[in-house]
Design a protein around this ligand. Structure first.
Ligand code: ZN
Length: 147
């Protein structure tokens, strides 16, 4: 999988990750859904991102994120009849590497690109993107770049 972000999207989600530090941020990556969506060879181009509130309880917000499921119901309506939709989900890892946690694996959905931004001492460091494997037991790393 290749995930390409336009520069504005990349800048905004990195800014979001820094603003919420030391809590995790989360949000959506939006763009045109490709015909081979979910395929490990897919190329996803995110031209829009949408910040979401991390609704996880405060004590563990540094290690967890949660997205209200009604967001997806609203988006389905918004994108009905269009080729656009949710390509993936981004979130930050404050003071941790951009590798998915066991929690991330348990809560991941197929097809979506999971972009993780590592933030240390308030500065964004690396970004890595992950796709759930076909057997759903692990993540496969993809390529992440900016347009
Ligand atoms: Zn995570």
């Amino acid at each position: 999988m290749k995930l390409k972000l336009n520069k504005g999207v990349d800048a905004d989600l990195r800014a979001h990750a820094k603003e919420t530090y030391p809590h995790e941020c989360c949000g959506l990556l939006l763009g045109t859904i490709p015909d081979n969506f979910g395929d490990k060879d897919q190329t996803l181009i995110a031209d829009e991102s949408r910040r979401l509130d991390n609704t996880w309880e405060t004590e563990t917000k540094g290690r967890r994120y949660k997205i209200e499921s009604n967001i997806f119901v609203k988006l389905e309506k918004e994108f009905a009849g269009s080729t656009r939709g949710v390509l993936g989900i981004y979130h930050s890892h404050p003071n941790h590497a951009a590798w998915p946690s066991p929690f991330d694996l348990d809560h991941a959905w197929p097809s979506y690109a999971y972009l993780i931004i590592s933030v240390r001492e308030g500065t964004d460091r690396e970004g890595r993107v992950w796709l759930l494997s076909e057997d759903r037991n692990s993540f496969v790393e993809g390529e992440y770049s900016c347009l």
